[in-house]
Each structure stands twice: as C-alpha cells, then as structure tokens.
Design a protein around this ligand. Structure first.
Ligand SMILES: NC(=O)c1ccc[n+]([C@@H]2O[C@H](COP(=O)([O-])OP(=O)(O)OC[C@H]3O[C@@H](n4cnc5c(N)ncnc54)[C@H](OP(=O)(O)O)[C@@H]3O)[C@@H](O)[C@H]2O)c1
Length: 268
C-alpha cells in the first residue's frame, strides 16, 4: 500500500518511464499505521459532537454490490481498512437489509486495537446498531444474543411492539429515534451521541447512506474504488431521492494497493 495524497517523502515517485515505482513506499501497512491514517478527529472546544463516517466500496462504474454482496468487489486491503475503521469506532450503524443480506455477526474484540481502544476510553469492540422500521430481523442470531457489547436496534416509535419486545428479550437495546415507524437520521445520531457513542461508523447500505446524506449528518466518507466493472443495475453507494444541491466534500487522503484506491473525503 502506498500513499498518493497528501504527497509526502513516503509517496512513491513515478519511475522514469512513467510506470509506477513499486519501491520502498509500496509495502503492506500494519494495522497501527492504518489506525493512525484513519484516526477520528479529536474532540476540541467547539468540536465535541459526534463524527459520522461512512465506509463504502464501489466499482469503477458505480456498483455498490455484485450479486447482492460487497465481497466480490472488495479485496484484502479493503478488508484490513474495514477492520481498522471498526477498530476505531464506538458504534457501527447499518441498515437492516445489509444485516440480512450480508449475515452480520457481532463485532470482534481484536488484540491489535485493544491498547488504542483502552486509551480512547472505548470498550473492547464497537456496538452494532441496526436501523430498521419493520424489525423483521432474526433475533435468535448471535448478533443479538451473544455480542460483546449489546447490539442496538434503532427504530421509530410506531415500530411493531411485539417485535420491540422480541428484540429486547434477545438482549438488544432498542433506541427510539423517530416518531413514525422510521428513524430520523439526525435524531439517531443525537441518540447515539447521548449514549456516549460519538465515533460513529456507518457501513451503509445505500438506502441508509442516502438518508444520512440527505439529512446532512455525514461528516466523512471512506470510499474504496475497486478497479472492476460490473455493468448491470446494482445500486450506487447512496440511494433515495437526490439532494437539491450536491454536497461538496474535500479529499483528505488517498491510498492505493493493487489498483484499489482508498480515499477519505471530509465535508467542506
Ligand atoms: N458497497 C458497499 O460498501 C456496501 C455497504 C453496505 C451494503 N452494501 C450492499 O447493499 C445492499 C443492501 O443495501 P440496501 O440499500 O438495500 O439496504 P440498507 O440500507 O442496508 O437497509 C435498508 C433497510 O434499513 C432500514 N432502514 C433504512 N432507513 C431507515 C429509516 N430511516 N428508518 C427505519 N429503518 C430504516 C429498513 O429496514 P426494515 O426493512 O427492516 O424496516 C430498510 O429496509 C446489499 O446488497 C449489500 O451487499 C454495499
């Protein structure tokens, strides 16, 4: 992996013939280095609030999944960054369809991040927060029954009461963040911050991310561009109605490995 932006003395210089120099700067990064590269902004006076970061992968032609999964468009380095972003987060917010389709399991406590998490006052693993209106979720799964940190279920006040009861019986913590069946994204972020979960990571999916974008709560996008083309009609990384005015983000960093680009964009 090598850093392409910002340019530093570690950035590989192009070889004289124009081919990329796969020299000293192109090597596998340790998880500690990745954690440093992806650190959340520290809280500071005037910046004590939550920070909402999304991590998504897209093909060159904009597909956010292939045959219903993101794994075919990902790679080993992308999974290392995925794990690092989890290792840094207080909570991982994810749409119910991604949980159902990708078979979500509880986040693991990883030795590599233990010291960092302890120093940041975090528990051993991030909580997973599932966003759902209908609560048609299999509460007998380990995600709900045996996580290290209780799984949160974010839903609206009008969610089916028997499904709320089932979630709670399984051990999940239900957080109401909307007046109807649905969750209001800004209220959800506020509710998580109110629980002390300030470093928020969302792993999508596209329907959820589109709402976070529309509600203007997204601070940062970690986007992996996968050097693949899939054609077809797969979703883009964010769906739903278009926002009236495109939201502008700025490039913070760009890493590369095996033709995959790992970008970090922050809202301007
Ligand atoms: N490329 C990537 O990085 C990436 C990341 C994640 C997922 N994916 C792919 O994306 C696909 C799934 O994504 P998706 O966009 O279809 O679904 P999604 O965003 O993961 O989940 C949609 C579901 O979340 C719940 N939901 C969303 N907004 C809500 C709100 N405001 N209030 C209450 N509930 C809300 C609803 O659940 P209920 O139906 O339970 O009410 C809704 O059906 C999968 O194929 C997955 O592989 C790709």
């Amino acid at each position: 992996m090598r850093r392409l932006f910002p340019v530093t003395d570690q950035t590989a210089a192009p070889a004289p013939d124009g081919a990329p120099d796969r020299g000293a700067a192109d090597r596998e990064w340790g998880l500690g280095e990745l954690a440093e590269a992806y650190a959340y902004p520290p809280s500071a006076p005037g910046r004590e609030g939550p920070w909402v970061r999304a991590n998504m992968v897209s093909t060159l032609d904009g597909a956010a999944q292939h045959e219903g999964r993101s794994q075919p468009i990902s790679c080993a380095a992308d999974m290392r960054i995925f794990g690092t972003l989890r290792g840094l987060a207080d909570v991982v917010v994810v749409g119910a369809q991604t949980v159902r389709q990708e078979g979500y399991r509880p986040a693991r406590a990883r030795e590599d991040f233990a010291a960092l998490r302890a120093a940041a006052g975090q528990g051993p693993a991030p909580a997973i927060a599932v966003v759902s209106a209908g609560l048609d979720l299999d509460f007998s799964l380990p995600l709900y029954t045996s996580p290290l940190v209780p799984t949160l279920v974010l839903t609206g006040a009008a969610a089916p009461p028997e499904r709320i009861a089932a979630a709670e019986k399984a051990g999940a913590r239900v957080v109401i963040a909307g007046d109807g069946t649905g969750v209001d994204p800004a209220r959800a972020v506020g509710a998580l911050a109110g629980l002390g979960l300030r470093r928020i990571l969302t792993e999508g999916g596209p329907r959820l991310l589109g709402q976070l974008v529309a509600a203007d709560v997204l601070d940062e996008l970690c986007l992996t561009v996968s050097p693949m083309l899939t054609a077809g009609d797969a979703q883009r990384i964010a769906g739903g109605p278009a926002v009236p005015v495109p939201k502008r983000f700025e490039l913070v960093s760009l890493l590369e490995e095996a033709g995959f680009l790992f970008s970090r964009y922050r809202r301007t």
